[in-house]
Design a protein around this ligand. Structure first.
Ligand code: GDP
Length: 139
């Protein structure tokens, strides 16, 4: 499994707050290359499918409502050891616990509205990239 690709979303709280450009700048400034990117919006059904692994968690309904509440930016990023490097750059799920300087510490509002998604494994990076992008959308 490729270890140089990860998948991210800039979530609705961050697009609404006007943080999109600053987050993309930080991603590129941290050595990631953009392989694919789009501005889009998830339907509730899309969000349910994307987060299906969390179906049994108590916050699932809230997560689906939130992720379909406004536009997002979906992107595939490339760097050596991309999944781990990107998790370091975004910081902990709860922005109150995220290390200073991380994307979530800088831009997130709450544990749910936490500015960005980052894949948690190489396998999920491939699955999540394919959820949003066809082969011809990669550059
Ligand atoms: P991540 O890998 O850091 O994004 O965290 P998880 O995979 O555990 O959770 C997926 C997403 O669900 C998070 O990014 C949050 O948007 C949301 N989430 C996680 N934990 C909670 C929680 O305790 N409450 C709420 N409301 N949302 C949560």
């Amino acid at each position: 499994m490729a270890d140089n690709i990860t998948f991210t979303m800039i979530k609705p709280d961050a697009t609404a707050a006007g943080h999109t450009g600053k987050i993309i700048d930080k991603i590129i400034g941290s050595g990631f290359s953009i392989r694919a990117m789009k501005w889009t919006r998830l339907s509730k059904e899309d969000a349910e499918k994307f987060y299906a692994v969390h179906r049994e968690r108590p916050f699932f309904g809230e997560l689906v409502e939130y992720m379909s509440s406004g536009p997002i930016v979906a992107a595939v990023l490339e760097k050596n050891n991309a999944v781990e490097e990107y998790r370091k750059l975004i910081g902990a799920t709860d922005p109150a616990k995220a290390e200073a300087g991380t994307i979530r510490a800088l831009f997130a509002k709450s544990i749910s509205a936490n500015a960005v998604h980052g894949s948690d494994s190489n396998e999920n990076a491939a699955i999540e990239s394919a959820f949003f992008f066809s082969a011809r959308e990669f550059a």
